[in-house]
Write a protein that binds this ligand. Sequence first.
Ligand SMILES: *[C@@H]1O[C@H](CO)[C@@H](O)[C@H](O)[C@H]1NC(C)=O
Ligand SMILES: *[C@@H]1O[C@H](CO)[C@@H](O)[C@H](O)[C@H]1NC(C)=O
Ligand SMILES: *[C@@H]1O[C@H](CO)[C@@H](O)[C@H](O)[C@H]1NC(C)=O
Ligand SMILES: *[C@@H]1O[C@H](CO)[C@@H](O)[C@H](O)[C@H]1NC(C)=O
Ligand SMILES: *[C@@H]1O[C@H](CO)[C@@H](O)[C@H](O)[C@H]1NC(C)=O
Ligand SMILES: *[C@@H]1O[C@H](CO)[C@@H](O)[C@H](O)[C@H]1NC(C)=O
Ligand SMILES: *[C@@H]1O[C@H](CO)[C@@H](O)[C@H](O)[C@H]1NC(C)=O
Length: 261
Amino acid sequence: MEKTWFLHLTAVSLTHCFLACLAMNGSYSTTDQSALLAFKSYITFDHPHHILATNWSSATSVCHWIGVFCSKRHYRVVALNLPNMGIGGIIPPHIGNLSFLSYFNITSNNFHGHLPSELAQLHRLNVVDFGVNNFGGGVPSWFGNLPKLQYLRLANNSFTGLVPPSIGNISTLESLNLRSNFLEGRVPEEIGHLPKLKTLSMGFNNLLGSIPPTFFNISSLQWIDFTSNMMSGSLLEDLCVIRPKLEFLALSGNEFDGQIP
Ligand SMILES: *[C@@H]1O[C@H](CO)[C@@H](O)[C@H](O)[C@H]1NC(C)=O
Ligand SMILES: *[C@@H]1O[C@H](CO)[C@@H](O)[C@H](O)[C@H]1NC(C)=O
Ligand SMILES: *[C@@H]1O[C@H](CO)[C@@H](O)[C@H](O)[C@H]1NC(C)=O
Ligand SMILES: *[C@@H]1O[C@H](CO)[C@@H](O)[C@H](O)[C@H]1NC(C)=O
Ligand SMILES: *[C@@H]1O[C@H](CO)[C@@H](O)[C@H](O)[C@H]1NC(C)=O
Ligand SMILES: *[C@@H]1O[C@H](CO)[C@@H](O)[C@H](O)[C@H]1NC(C)=O
Ligand SMILES: *[C@@H]1O[C@H](CO)[C@@H](O)[C@H](O)[C@H]1NC(C)=O
């Protein structure tokens, strides 16, 4: 699934960028440059001679920096792709100035701290993959204000508190993965209002209560994972009849009862 997403986005938004990067003549946005230099200044490297430490040099255009991709026409940063880089630190508020950013992948690193509210300014965000880091605090409710978000993965972090109901306002959302955090309380019924949701992973948290009935109204749903929570209640008897697209339903490690549909 994740690979498909990467390929999909590569096709949609990055292909032209790769071509653009070849045709570049050194143009870039100084706003983007200062945002990324601020980001760099907060990064802690697991190795002093880390490639990013030298590669992200103000002597070259940000569009030539490793993991940074720019748009063809205006040389604005549209993608940050820095997974598995052995980097950590906090995300500074300056990242909120990358106003053309649509793809943000820093999975499998060692970032920590709260997600700054300035990220809510990134209205073009399409894909956010912050999985497998050590971010903490609440899952920010401002995710609900990102009008183009299709993929949100915060899995394997240390997020606490409730799942914000505002997530139910991201009508473009297709994939939500909050697996392996310390989330608690009930699953908000607002999530059942997401008309395009295909995959939902909330396993390995401390969620309570039943699956909201609104969920079974999402006709696009293919994948549901609530493994290892403290959820209860019964399932709709005719679930498999009304939701023929459902391919995967993982509910083990809970206290569900009643009949298996
Ligand atoms: C982020 O990068 C990792 C490593 O390349 C990849 O496996 C994952 O699919 C990417 N996430 C998204 C949403 O593209
Ligand atoms: C080079 O940069 C200038 C702006 O500095 C821009 O007008 C021009 O189109 C660019 N040329 C190419 C080939 O990208
Ligand atoms: C940074 O890395 C990119 C991609 O690997 C490379 O094309 C570029 O030449 C490097 N720049 C510097 C200054 O090392
Ligand atoms: C970028 O954001 C920071 C913090 O959010 C702000 O103080 C700064 O003025 C902004 N810089 C630019 C160049 O827009
Ligand atoms: C994510 O969390 C799950 C469940 O706690 C664990 O089994 C898995 O190994 C973790 N993945 C990574 C990449 O840390
Ligand atoms: C969802 O958006 C509507 C309209 O903008 C707003 O009134 C409502 O408060 C939002 N819901 C949440 C839970 O944020
Ligand atoms: C499901 O959708 C139907 C038709 O749109 C609506 O009448 C019903 O109230 C919805 N049920 C829930 C639990 O949201």
